[in-house]
Design a protein around this ligand. Sequence first.
Ligand SMILES: CCCCCCCC/C=C\CCCCCCCC(=O)NCC(=O)O
Ligand SMILES: [Zn+2]
Ligand SMILES: [Zn+2]
Length: 481
Amino acid sequence: RTFTFKVNRELGQWENTSTIYPYLSPEQKEKLLDNFKVAVQIPTVSFSESDQNITALQEFDLLLRRVFPKVFSSSLVRHEVVGNYSHLFTVAGADAGLEPYMLLAHIDVVPANEADGWDAPPFSAQEIDGFIYGRGTIDNKQSVMGILQALEYLLERGYTPRRTFYIGLGHDEEINGEEGAVKIVNLLKSRGVKLLYVLDEGLTIMDGVVDGLNEPAALIGVSEKGQTTVKLSVSTPPGHSSMPPRESSIGILASAVARLEKNRMPNLFGHGPERATFEHLAHKFGWSYRMIMSNLWLFSSLLSSVLEGQPDTNAFVRTTTAVTMFNSGVKINVMPAYAEAFVNFRIHSSQTVQEVLNLIESTVSDKRVKVEFINGFDPLPISSYEDDTFGYQIIKKSVQDIFPQVTVTPGICVANTDSRHYTQLSPDIYRFAPSWYKPGDSARFHGVNERISIQNYEEIVLFYFQLMQNSDVRNLPTLRS
Ligand SMILES: CCCCCCCC/C=C\CCCCCCCC(=O)NCC(=O)O
Ligand SMILES: [Zn+2]
Ligand SMILES: [Zn+2]
């Protein structure tokens, strides 16, 4: 494989639309923090596809109306509730000839149990050492509140957008988005809407996560991995535990699951958008890594084996295998008649669901183990990240406006987002929110001690503040030759 260095060419002079300076007064900082804390305190949990905390979703609706009075009263903003608890905002631009864009985020969160080891109750929004702790602080109430807070402050300061934009807040992203994102998409489709670009949650600002990369990097997800879930099951005759057979249904299933964990899917580093990530970052590595980075094509197997050593960077380079549920047994002295396990795979950009299913079959390779396809979808299309791609360059500029020390690069989102339902509305879909991601933070997503620093939340509000204004340019600046 050949790797090349990618250093984006300089864009020329930007049309000056960012007339409202990105600044927050002490009173605004206090207010935005209060609003964010209340949002985190509402337990908008999606437990399963048939079980959501409806009372919390209703309470969240009231919160939005209470804390964002300008958004809900402005003649520029149309607000609609979709699928009972999701929200669609249409912010009318002055120039109807400009193609609109859309910002997405989701209100629901995964369950959280304080007993798992949280330093503060997961719905307390407690402040510890400058961080707000709570489920949803980085997935994804920082975007929900950050987007609306930015719009509220812009409207307060007399902002009138030139380009129309939409804000879509889903209420069921953590359980596939069928009632929220899908219904919003259908509504927009019925209105003939096409979007210039879409920005949803996803990758973050990585800082200190990759050995040798000593500068922070904002990774914009230009695609997201596919996904499939399979159920493995074993049936054996039940019987008395005093006279067990050599192998129980649990033992047979456990071996099959262990084979899947031991024989990981192939390392495909360099075959998907992660290749562009390293091509863009190569020149940012410290001197001891320069040799490797400037000969990426020669050292790609060395680099890929380093990346597979950590769960987050491993997710970047292969289809991952996660055994998430295992059920069996009814009584300690009864041989179980049945054992089942669910295994969730996140599919690398260069593979398909069918290829992964074939690999699963050949690894399990035991006729006693039934393998059933539960659901799945292929990796998402790769959005453009060229020098003349409007959405990518606007996001990049907005990152650089607020985080001048950060390098911006394309990446692959290792998890899934509501934006995967938007492919018919736009070819250019990006997954990124500017929360800082440092060593140890991977365990906070869907894990314990999810948190965000107060300073980072302020930066997020300012990022969306800039993004809305930067998106008002009619065209990107021309490239300097
Ligand atoms: C070169 C650096 C490599 C870093 C590799 C990966 C870093 C991962 C960073 C952030 C991941 C955060 C994902 C956030 C989106 C969560 C969306 C979600 O939970 N969706 C539901 C689902 O996927 O099940
Ligand atoms: Zn999320
Ligand atoms: Zn999530």
